[in-house]
Design a protein around this ligand. Structure first.
Ligand SMILES: C[S@@+](CC[C@H](N)C(=O)[O-])C[C@H]1O[C@@H](n2cnc3c(N)ncnc32)[C@H](O)[C@@H]1O
Length: 215
């Protein structure tokens, strides 16, 4: 039997193969884009890591704003599409790499910003501490973290008593605001959090900043 992680991976492989997935291919989320614009003023054109970048829509948006972008995903077909799109858009300089978010192949404290749009909410709760440790390891002191995850208002969870959902092998988990705080609050302070309203909404979009180390 497939492990939960393998089942997830198979789902992503299949959804990039068929082109049938439920998230936008090209347009970045306007919430993530708003945070990136704000960050451009705060950190200048720093180094940004997009984890679970998929076909690259947020990596492109960040690069177009002037960030020095590295983007990882564990699904080769998504990366292939992202690299092809980079050629069409003349978006040079984005480093697309195959990697697992739990084993990031980068030096400690090497990014000013880490962005995750829709990767964490596919990880099991038991894996959240390992995910957090992996992100925090590569984030610079005073660095920023941009996170978008399902809230309980996302359509799959609206009428459900469970916080998780499995379909076609893919695991999805919605977060309460408190869970986000509990997971990251010791290390990151919340700069801004928005719950996306409306029928197509049901996401938390959070901008967090790494807390200064205690002296
Ligand atoms: C919902 S998609 C979002 C893609 C992209 N961030 C976007 O906004 O279009 C989630 C992505 O996370 C990737 N992913 C999931 N688990 C991962 C892991 N453990 N390591 C690397 N990538 C992962 C999937 O392959 C998929 O491309």
């Amino acid at each position: 039997m497939l492990s939960a992680r393998e089942a997830n991976r198979r789902y992503f492989r299949q959804s990039y193969r068929t082109g049938e997935h439920g998230w936008a291919e090209e347009e970045p989320s306007r919430y993530a884009l708003g945070f990136l614009k704000r960050l451009r003023n705060l950190v200048g054109c720093g180094r940004l890591l997009d984890v679970g970048c998929g076909e690259g829509r947020h990596a492109f948006a960040a690069a177009e704003l002037g960030f020095n972008v590295t983007a990882i995903d564990y699904e080769p077909l998504a990366l292939k599409r992202a690299r092809q799109a980079a050629e069409v858009r003349y978006a040079k300089g984005i480093a697309f790499r195959k990697a697992d978010v739990f084993r990031l192949p980068f030096a400690d404290a090497s990014f000013d910003v880490v962005l995750d749009y829709g990767c964490l909410h596919h990880q099991r709760k038991a894996d959240w501490p390992a995910y957090r440790a992996s992100i925090l390891r590569v984030l610079k002191p005073q660095g920023y973290y941009v996170l978008s995850v399902f809230s309980p208002k996302f359509r799959l969870f609206r009428r459900s008593r469970r916080a998780w959902h499995i379909a076609y092998g893919a695991y999805r988990r919605c977060f309460t605001r408190r869970e986000i705080l509990e997971l990251f609050g010791d290390d990151l302070e919340t700069v801004k959090v928005i719950e996306e309203p409306g029928k197509g909404g049901g996401f938390w979009h959070s901008l967090m900043k790494r807390r200064a180390e205690a002296a």
